[in-house]
Design a protein around this ligand. Structure first.
Ligand SMILES: N[C@@H](CCC(=O)N[C@@H](CS)C(=O)NCC(=O)O)C(=O)O
Length: 212
């Protein structure tokens, strides 16, 4: 039994939840973080000194950082499609997983704060326009990659799809001007047909509105 500590409306928790559900693992999720149980207790800080969610507990082992958790789940429980044993095959997926976290994810966050998290008076007037301009080339990059096959690996669903795909619910539901990306649109439509994605990645962010 895996235990995931973290609120369902955290995108980093969503990444982990989608992965455990996609891998068919047995899990329980405990609500920790903003508006729920505190992450500042000695017990929680012993699991993650950053006091952030998600944390995964597998037996007695606690792991923090969503990307590290995803890689652990892949290595421990994934098949060769999900987590390829060949280092080069895996690196070609991992580069997209890293890109998801550090490029596309950061660009989605730059939209999410002014459009949702910040009280309207706290957002810089040009924040959305700047974030829109920044995400456009990244969305085109992802669109070009997905034009080559249904998944980031080509034919098979893998951990990289989770690292990137969990961000798409916010990307496609936030109110901003998106560039035309036919392959990315088809990819998102495809993701929505996966029950684990619909349940764990398409979670309302309304409770986060205006919290800063
Ligand atoms: N790099 C970390 C970031 C974790 C993070 O920023 N977690 C946020 C939620 S997405 C958090 O714990 N916020 C404080 C809270 O919910 O109390 C990861 O990927 O796990």
């Amino acid at each position: 039994m895996l235990t995931i500590y973290g609120r369902a409306n955290s995108s980093n928790v969503q990444l982990v939840m989608w992965a455990v559900a996609e891998l068919g693992l047995t899990w329980q999720r405990l609500d920790y973080g903003h508006g729920h149980a505190s992450t500042r207790t000695p017990e929680f800080l012993a699991m993650n000194p950053m006091g952030q969610v998600p944390v995964l507990k597998d037996g007695q082992a606690a792991i923090f950082e969503s990307a590290a958790i995803l890689r652990y789940l892949g290595a421990a429980y994934g098949d060769d499609d999900f987590w390829p044993a060949d280092p080069l095959v895996r690196a070609r997926l991992d580069q997209w997983a890293e890109w998801g976290k550090h490029c596309f994810g950061a660009a989605v966050t730059a939209l999410f704060y002014p459009l949702v998290r910040l009280p309207p008076e706290a957002a810089a007037p040009d924040a959305v326009a700047r974030a829109e301009a920044a995400i456009a080339p990244l969305a085109r990059m992802l669109d070009a990659r997905l034009g080559e096959g249904p998944w980031l690996a080509g034919d098979a669903f893998s951990f990289a799809d989770i690292a990137v795909g969990h961000l798409l619910h916010r990307y496609f539901t936030l109110p901003f001007n998106r560039v035309e990306t036919p392959a990315l649109d088809a990819y998102y439509a495809n993701l929505q047909t996966r029950p684990a994605y619909a349940e764990h990645a398409m979670v309302s962010y309304e409770a986060l509105r205006g919290i800063g």
